[in-house]
Design a protein around this ligand. Structure first.
Ligand SMILES: [Zn+2]
Length: 242
């Protein structure tokens, strides 16, 4: 196995030049997972990836272990590294943590939020209303993620921001662009408007209460009113296509 370590073919990938090779490999694999081009459950073979990306195995191994620490890759005894899957239970657990982190963030944010940050939230809110009206779901979800991220940023708590970023990376591919979630886009603008109003009124309790209600998917699922959103393309669907 060690023989391949010295395989120095193509130490440069085309395109990006101001990133190190290791960063490029990590960013590439991360993007492949987040975009579901690498499906949950799919095996990540070091040797195959090394050949495909034309890099030695060192950077691949390093990227896989970094992705494992972010929860995007799982290392299993039998199959080695695989793209992490979130079970229904794990998805609900992750949502509960998301709710806790965001409500903490908004409590911290309300007393210290800056005028420009409120402006940015309002801007995103207005954009989202248009996206909903035009049925532009992907754009809506991107703006929605930015809205929630702005609330977390406004908390000015770097540790909270770090946990939130990791959590959203793990959950990210299960959230948007899913037909089962489309229904939520209709009520979101009103809910965002109410959250925004509570922020502007300087009321952290009300803002946190409204935000918790807004992040209501786990409760709906527990009540049997909704289905868990699935990644854009599952492993099974992909093999059917081939
Ligand atoms: Zn939202």
């Amino acid at each position: 196995m060690a023989a391949n370590e010295t395989d120095g073919r193509g130490t440069k990938s085309p395109g990006v030049r101001n990133k190190t090779l290791r960063e490029q490999v990590f960013d590439h694999l991360r993007e492949e997972i987040l975009s579901s081009r690498l499906s949950p459950g799919q095996e990540l073979n070091e040797l195959a990836l090394s050949a495909e990306l034309e890099v030695s195995r060192g950077p691949i191994r390093e990227a896989l272990s970094k992705l494992a620490s972010e929860g995007l890759v799982k290392v299993t005894p039998r199959r080695g590294a695989i793209v992490a899957e979130l079970t229904d239970e794990e998805f609900i657990e992750a949502y509960q943590v998301r709710e806790a982190l965001e409500t903490l963030a908004i409590r911290l944010a309300v007393p210290r939020i800056e005028a420009e940050e409120v402006d940015r939230l309002r801007e995103l809110h207005e954009e989202m209303s248009e996206f909903v009206a035009n049925d532009e779901t992907t754009e809506f979800f991107d703006a929605n993620a930015a809205f929630h991220q702005q609330i977390v940023d406004a908390s000015k708590n770097a540790k909270l921001g770090e946990h939130y970023r990791l959590l959203m990376a793990q959950m990210g591919r299960y959230l948007p662009r899913s037909l089962t979630l489309r229904g939520t886009t209709d009520s979101s603008p009103d809910e965002h408007a109410a959250i925004l109003a509570a922020i502007e009124a300087g009321d952290p309790d009300e803002a946190a209460r409204l935000l918790a209600n807004h992040i209501e998917i786990p409760q709906r699922i527990e009540a049997g009113e909704g289905e868990l959103p699935q990644p854009a393309l599952t492993a099974a669907e992909e093999s059917e296509e081939q």
